[in-house]
Design a protein. Structure first.
Length: 368
């Protein structure tokens, strides 16, 4: 059987969406005739990001479980049932040959419906601590693509393929881009540079820690590229203007992430799956500040996976205000440590993840 139609389900955050798009792009590169349909959650960012990448998407009325406010879960069973009915309708209309789940709200009902109708499905787990949806459906999956070793504690070892996380192609090779990066950001190509990123929404504790440490940064003969998120941009820009000795580029978003990584001698970041994968592919030393309220505390587990390989430094969120900038400056000043972190980080990168996943799915389906 050759694959003609593929459903890709999941989303909720960029960490789910961008790997899904990368997998679809890799499949399309191998076979341009494949037809794709993404299935996401209504009102979530995939409903905007996926069409921008050139793919069709349908939304389910599914919501996640609210762990903080249990009363808000009263409508969850109703929305789950509605989502299952819609998922069955999508299957009947689209008639996919295979489904791929990347985690997130919409993945559950869509893959459950696919299994019920005998449509083979695959799972791609981005984090080192598996999500609830992927764990619940793993026994029914044909194979499970993971980004970290040791995932046997969540999934059947016979189904696992250590593929790494698929990321955007432009991040796979950043060599030779530093001059262009320096020009874009208006910074020196020769001065030590710290790249500060907190995901598309920004990271409050990272932003506050950098704000608290601006004087120390200004006195350290470094420069910064600071992605703040929308809510903190104006405050960060005003604060940096008070320290003319600190060359800085401050923006709510950075779209040219390949140039941002090319510019960086050290990265300060949250430890979401996508951020960690990008840092490893770029081969950059990093100081990671996991978001403490992530589901199952998966960001801390992601960070620990790098720390155990001497590929990153960990600063806890609660200690960020006092410790983040001193730790970053100490790391930046230690050239041997920087080199070790960079080498080990690069060693954990999987530049052909999307291609490997696509080839495996096509091969298995052809052999079926």
């Amino acid at each position: 059987m050759s694959i003609k139609r593929v459903i890709i389900s999941g989303g909720g955050t960029g960490g789910h969406i961008y790997p899904a798009i990368a997998i679809a792009s890799a499949l399309k590169e191998i076979d341009p005739e494949i037809e794709f349909l993404f299935v996401g959650a209504e009102g979530k960012m995939e409903m905007e990001k996926v069409p921008k990448a050139g793919f069709k998407i349908i939304g389910l009325p599914i919501v996640g479980i609210n762990r903080a406010h249990l009363l808000k879960n009263l409508l969850f069973p109703v929305k789950l049932v509605k989502s299952l009915f819609k998922a069955f309708q999508i299957l009947a209309d689209f008639k996919p040959d295979v489904a791929i789940g990347v985690g997130g709200y919409a993945s559950g009902p869509m893959l459950l419906a696919a299994w019920t109708k005998g449509v083979p499905f695959y799972i791609q787990e981005q984090n080192s601590y598996a999500g609830i949806t992927n764990k619940a459906l793993s026994s029914k999956a044909k194979q499970i693509f993971v980004a970290y070793p040791g995932m046997e504690k969540f999934f059947s070892p016979s189904k696992l393929i250590l593929s790494g996380n698929p990321v955007r192609k432009d991040l796979i090779d950043i060599s030779g881009k530093k001059a262009a990066a320096a020009k874009l950001f208006g910074l020196s190509p020769d001065k030590p540079t710290i790249l500060i990123i907190g995901g598309s929404q920004g990271a409050r504790s990272i932003n506050q820690a950098i704000l608290h440490g601006l004087e120390a940064l200004a006195n350290a003969n470094v420069q910064i590229v600071w992605q703040t998120g929308v809510s903190f941009e104006s405050e960060a820009k005003a604060a940096c203007e008070k320290f003319p000795a600190l060359p800085s580029y401050v923006s709510a978003f950075i779209y040219e992430m390949d140039l941002a990584y090319a510019m960086a001698d050290l990265v300060v970041s949250r430890a979401g799956a996508l951020s960690v994968s990008e840092i490893c592919l770029a081969g950059k030393p990093s100081v990671l500040v996991p978001f403490p309220n992530a589901a199952e505390d998966h960001q801390t587990e992601n960070a620990k996976s790098l720390v155990q390989e001497n590929a990153a430094i960990l600063v806890l969120d609660a200690q960020a205000k006092e410790n983040l900038v001193p730790t970053a400056l100490k790391t930046l000043a230690d050239k041997n440590l920087l080199a070790t972190l960079a080498e080990n980080s690069f060693g954990m990168g999987k530049p052909k993840a999307a291609q490997e996943i696509a080839e495996t799915i096509l091969k298995n389906s052809t052999c079926a």
